[in-house]
Ligand binder design. Sequence first.
Ligand code: ZN
Length: 338
Amino acid sequence: MIIDCHGHYTTTPPGVGRWRDAQTAAVTADPAHVGAKGEMAVTDDEIRQSLEGAQLRLQRERGSDLTIFSPRASWMGHHVGNEHTSRFWTEHQNELIRRVCDLYPANFAPVCQLPQSPGAPIDGSVAELERCVNEMGFIGANVNPDPTGGFWTGAPLWDRYWWPLWEKLCELDVPAMIHVSAACNEQFHTTGSHYLGADTTAVMQVLTSGFTRDFPNLRFIIPHGGGAVPYHWGRFRGMALDNNWDFDEAVSHLWFDTCVYHQAGIDLLVRVVPTSQILFGSEMVGAVRGVDPETGHYFDDTKRYIDAAALTDAQRQAIFTDNVQRVFPRLQVPREQP
Ligand SMILES: [Zn+2]
């Protein structure tokens, strides 16, 4: 059983974008706009069509069985509008993911986005997490460490601001993937620098603060192969020794996915990071959609790199299956076949 811990619904039917465009236009015209949740016009057939030729086909072709699936990350857009904007949009996006998982229970398991908004209290996110997990069977959440979209003016992850969310994640026994959304600061390219910078930043915030000691059950997935972290593992360990930061304690709360799109990067990842902290992920269909002319294979066909890496069968089994099940205890495996 091969479980991909990192997939987004990037191929949504046109009704999703239309709803969001109308909402964005309204809140751009009036920044205090509240509006209403309303209806998002998307049929089950449109959902099937949007997945059959994309994520489902790629699962079959590449040999993965199940994708842990969340709303399109770059569209979370927590910086857009106000708290109400984020809430209505998030509820629709999460309900759409639930529909996908109801249509294809064997292929997808649901992870939610949260209605974060710059300056807004975290309570709304806690409430949506609770709704998604308790009422809709979600197994995890994506948490945006920078809802400003690249300006980083909010509270760092160790700040008390976040603690009600960390408490709720622990209480519900679900992990969070630390995942930013689109950058609206032109200094950053969304998937090139903002994503990888945020991954690295999150790890440093955990390491320097040690706040995870107060949350023994808190589990963070650091996507995109952990940003710069595996490559600079020695730098982080060295800084930890110089400053009395507990490196091993920090790492025990962190899992790194395999969304590194070349063999040498995966070879480094699996050599440096303990196998117990690596989760198979591809982020397909996502940031890099083309074929590598050097190999003739899709860059984001990450299973291929794990298959070719210097790993024992037991290590491969841990990365493909066992670790994901430990990190997502609410994930039911085997899946019910449709
Ligand atoms: Zn992602």
